[in-house]
Write a new protein. Structure first.
Length: 246
């Protein structure tokens, strides 16, 4: 980030789409446009040599499509996919995309996605202590209905994903806090020593688990949540490490 602005690039083979996104970036005070490309091969060559913080990336392009390009970007670069094909939504989260925007894109949706990127970068900066300040991070901020809420990691019971939103279930709170985030993002900001994803829709606090039955179901809070096969190996490894009286 430069001067607290997120540097970004646009990669799209449609000139009209590029112009719309350029206008949106100009309207967004915390974004700074570094490049725009209509050629994906030219884009990856430049962005590997001169990385930006964020790329607005079309998926269906000739020569090198956006999904292929996303795997070639530097690991510090985040992605917001922009496409006319909603069937790519699931794939976008598998490559740690900040968000997925379906064309035609309205500014309100664009701004919400950009704010998610800003929140991610703000969290990254907050993880790095300065010489004058060495604070152990034990909480996070999420945006709920326009307001920022600080949540202690110790108070989170589990997180449930609902398409473009997540629900944070908190100890002693009757209702969950709902925020416009992705599960992939939550995996990155929640400390892995305390939290684990157990299926596509749930991340649980390991310290809040009451019981695990023989069917690999977790009893936590007021819920019973199944550990699916894709996540079972990591979960069993955690259980084995913490199992007493083997």
């Amino acid at each position: 980030m430069t001067d607290n602005k997120i540097t970004c690039a646009i990669v799209d083979d449609e000139p009209i789409s590029i112009q719309i996104l350029k206008d949106f970036v100009e309207r967004t005070s915390f974004l700074s446009l570094s490049y725009s490309f209509s050629d994906s091969v030219e884009a990856i060559s430049m962005l590997c040599k001169n990385p930006v913080d964020l790329v607005f990336l079309d998926i269906q392009m000739p020569d090198l499509d956006g999904m292929e390009l996303s795997h070639m970007l530097p690991p510090t670069t985040r992605i917001i996919f922009t496409t006319a094909f909603k069937e790519y939504a699931f794939d976008s989260y598998e490559v740690s995309a900040i968000d997925f925007l379906l064309k035609p894109i309205r500014y309100a949706k664009f701004l919400a996605a950009a704010e998610k990127a800003k929140l991610w970068y703000d969290m990254q900066r907050a993880k790095i202590p300065t010489d004058k300040e060495n604070i152990k991070k034990d909480s996070l901020f999420i945006r709920v209905d326009g307001s920022l809420h600080q949540i202690a990691f110790a108070d989170i019971v589990y997180v449930e994903g609902l398409k473009d939103y997540v629900k944070f279930y908190i100890d002693k709170e009757r209702r969950p806090l709902i925020s416009h985030l992705t599960m992939k993002y939550c995996e990155e900001i929640l400390p892995p020593s305390q939290f684990m994803r157990i299926n596509r829709s749930y991340i649980v606090s390991l310290n809040k688990i009451k019981k695990v039955d023989r069917n690999n179901c977790i009893y936590i809070g007021d819920e019973i949540i199944h550990v699916t096969d894709s996540y079972l190996e990591d979960f069993n490894e955690y259980i084995d490490e913490h199992l007493k009286g083997k």
